[in-house]
Write a protein that binds this ligand. Sequence first.
Ligand code: ACM
Length: 688
Amino acid sequence: MPSRTISAARSAVCFAIGLFLLLSFPAIAQEGPGTLNLMPIPSKLSLTGGKLRLNENFAMGALGEAGPRSRKAAARFMDRLAGRTGIFFKQDYRTDFITSGNATFLFKYETAGRLELNENESYALTVSPDRIMIIARTDLGVLHGFETILQLLDADAQGHFIPCARLDDQPRFPWRGLLIDAGRHFMPVEVIKRNLDGMAAVKMNVLHWHLSEDQGFRVECRAFPLLHQLGSDGHYYTQDQIRDVIAYAADRGIRVMPEFDIPGHSTSWLVGYPELAGGPGPYRIERRWGVFDPVFNPTDEATYRFFDKFFEEMAPLFPDRYVHIGGDENNGKQWDANPKIQQFKKDHNLADNHALQAYFNGRILAILTRLGKKMVGWDEIFQPGLPKDIVIQSWRGKQALIDSAQKGYQGLLSNGYYIDLCQPASFHYLNDPLSADAPLEEQEQGLVLGGEATMWSELVTPETIDSRIWPRTAAIAERLWSSADVKDVEDMYRRLDSIAIRLEELGLTHFKNQEMLLRRLAGGADIGPLRTLVDVIEPLKQYRRQNQGVTYTQLSPLTRAVDAAAPESRSARIFRKMTDEFLQTRDPKTANALKTQLQLWRSNHRFLSPLLKTAPALAEIEPLSEDLYTVADLGIQALDAILARTTGDRTWVNESLGSLQQAKKPKAQAELALLPAIEKLVQATLSK
Ligand code: ACM
């Protein structure tokens, strides 16, 4: 008997079950520590009661054929299961793969999945007290099932177990991507690989590899070796490394789409090949961030001879059907200043630079089509008349996605998924590529393929990039996989906290590098008080961090307190939640917990001060540390006043709000994430 059902979907039958989901969801959230930590939430789940207990006899096997991808994934599954449980499994799961019904965990699939858009990724999973079974159309579904089992893994006093359950699961969108910008800051192969593992863990299936920028050209190119030799500072991927990454991704069911951003964002290409530019060189690798003038000359046939040969080399290196040509943020200044280009526009009736870029795109499209590739570009490339199998990636606004779908074009959403901007997971989570109010007919809705989180790398290095990607990208992964009505933010955060820890087993550094950065900053001193402060600050959001009088370039160190701070402070979020609870219930126990926390924060400055005087790179956070003292003190006073039920003191409230306004001013490119909660406490002293 199913004890409860999580379900959702578009069909009428599933709609009824979907309603049941909405009603039953909070019940799951209230179950306490033993509750499920699935992310993304599956399409349909019934907990059937009972537990499959894990012990050393647990063994994996397949029914029928099992190809190399599923067998390698099974071995990785067992590694992780052993690592997490500490159980010494008897099976030599690398060599003695069971291909009969005798294993505890059996999987079966019909055919090897192709790494193509719309391939079947569904799976059915049954856990009974003595058997786990995954049945899928393709091995891609089997891999997703492995991740689900690892998320279902739980423990109680008797040991580790998997709760008995029945699941039917499939993605809502076929394109669930993560963009990693290896152009602005180079990201070595191990960074890409560990993030591929993270993607697989949350069922994402496209790595969008941003490989060229003004600041770096990152691929070994044999036809035009000056691209990587002069355009990369020696930081590029060899072709062997690229093949290795693509194979690694394929083993995890992930497509790899390269992006070569043209005609703008292209300074690094022009360092070695200045004759292809729209304006006179010479060019140097750009160190600053922003939008720059260098651009390819779209009127010179040499440009197309170059791209013809270039893509001829890249097309087989990147086997995915899709190639992203960028197309964003061409400021057109070089084109305007070049009389020959102006004459070309007149001769060809090209009204403006947009039309000229459309001409360029058309020529590139012809090259890609000849090579059997489909074209993807940022929303600037959209213009009616392009073939209907191109894909528009919307970054400037959702409207571009709607416009292109209405005109019959496929699209991807990235607007609202810019994880480099340090916004909360909830913001990204509630950003639906196909919200209920989208003015799209059913057929147009089908053109929305999904979306991509975008990890632009102006302000990250290999040391910090994971902390900007994870865990928030798991919330985006859920938005792209799960039903539209799965949108309980509180429950998302509950599960995200658990997923964040589990992602660490894949080598991701989102937690551990924070301590490493703090140790470096503290130069050997105890980092406890420093961590307490950094735990409650967040980097300035959106583009504000770059507008604080500090000019960041590619050479700037990203090793300061603001870089160690998580994009979204978990401590502040929990404090905010407890504050809300207290203000609703006035429960003295919650008040006590809040007060203990506030006292800790208030005393922190005293302990941190000596370090701030001796570690020069930390001097800039002294005002933040002082603010933490002030703000915590105000919180305590407010709490005391609320508990004592004294009548509100308007003068005190106004003065306190003034102090909080002061504390709101950015310092060291960061802000105290506690301020909204303290403000609520202060305001609450006025109400009875
Ligand atoms: C972009 O963010 N310029 C695509």
